[in-house]
Design a binder for this molecule. Structure first.
Ligand code: TXA
Ligand code: MG
Length: 318
């Protein structure tokens, strides 16, 4: 059972948990979010773990205002205008991630873009007090609908998280609208709490719908992060010229020949492995190895998402 505290009494407890790298369910004006410190990989891994997500989709980073946003991403003039008009509120804007942004790569699933939103109320105050962005997908287990009350969060995730902040029923009740500026084009990635027409009125241009295939899961897109270097999965031996992405305490044969070795988790801890996954893939990608050999990783717990992501990264490029 999670502890449930009303917003008026929850601030200090929520802050302490977030500082400790734990996750907290919080109300936003759209739906409840399952929040963790976006700069802390283990906290972000805990979000995926609690949701039972079978794969790592990129998460929205929630900010307390435009200053925090500008430390994370590059705001073009149109995105700036939209943020001005709709923040705080149910608008998420996908933006180029600054190279030195204080965002753990598990938040963006290794993408070079990031989805940013400034929520209303308790969530915004919490982020301002923490002084760091919060990664927060909707607070529901994978495949279930988003929770719009603390009771719904409790029924679904109560056994897996320490705290639910009860802010009553959420006002909007559907997730935020997600848009992305691409050159001259303003693209609607997900319809949501702000009607497309309202965004069109403010931006002075029409929103391009992404066909029938809304980008519900950009993890499926070709543009999703994949290393330039080929991956060889389930490797039990290292071939000449390969780098090794290791896991656990037992090394693949010939590992001493590897150009470079990075271990996702020497102790075999799935949460640690998830937190290291994208950063390690990126680092091995930069070594110039012909191939990255990847040791077998069990598919238990977060291992399912880790293996899903590795399979995608290893798939032939179209
Ligand atoms: O209202 C909301 O947006 C709620 C509250 C908690 O803020 N959050 C929410 O998060 O709905 P989630 O994780 O359930 O949905 C986020 C969506 C996903 O479909 C994800 O694929 C997309 O945002 N997304 C995240 N980063 C992206 C990126 N860089 N490019 C394109 N889509 C992205
Ligand atoms: Mg969701």
């Amino acid at each position: 059972m999670a502890e449930i505290l009303k917003t008026v009494e929850a601030m200090d407890r929520a802050l302490a948990l977030l500082e400790a790298g734990q996750v907290v369910a919080i109300p936003t004006e759209t739906v409840y979010g399952l929040a963790g410190d976006a700069t802390n990989g283990e906290a972000v891994a805990r979000i995926f773990e609690a949701k039972g997500r079978p794969r790592f989709n990129p998460l929205i980073a929630h900010v307390s205002g435009k200053v925090m946003a500008s430390e994370i991403a590059v705001l073009d003039p149109l995105s700036e205008k939209l943020a001005q008009a709709f923040w705080p509120g149910p608008l998420t804007i996908v933006l180029p991630l600054l190279p030195d942004a204080p965002i753990h790569p598990l938040v963006t699933a290794g993408l070079s873009t990031i989805a940013l939103r400034m929520p209303q109320g308790f969530a915004a105050q919490l982020i301002a007090r923490l002084g760091r962005p919060l990664a927060a997908p909707s607070a529901n287990s994978s495949g279930k609908i988003s929770a719009t009350s603390a009771a719904a969060v409790e029924a679904d995730l109560g056994a897996r998280i320490p705290l639910i902040v009860d802010g009553g029923r959420t006002e909007v009740g559907v997730e935020s609208t997600i848009v992305k500026v691409e050159g001259e084009t303003l693209r609607l990635l997900r319809p949501g709490g702000i009607a497309a027409e309202v965004i069109e009125a403010v931006s002075g241009q029409s929103l391009v719908r992404t066909g029938g295939a809304m980008v519900e899961a950009p993890g499926m897109l070709a543009s999703h992060y994949a290393p330039g270097t080929a991956l060889r999965l389930e490797a039990t031996a290292v071939m000449p010229g390969e780098a090794l992405l290791a896991f656990g305490s037992i090394r693949a044969l010939g590992s001493d020949q590897a150009l470079s070795i990075l271990n996702l988790s020497p102790s075999g801890n799935m949460r640690e492995a998830a937190a290291n996954l994208f950063a390690h893939m990126q680092a091995l990608d930069r070594t110039g190895a012909a191939t990255i050999a990847v040791e077998p990783i069990p598919s238990t717990g977060l291992g399912e998402a880790i293996n899903d992501r590795l399979r995608r990264a290893a798939a032939p490029r179209s």
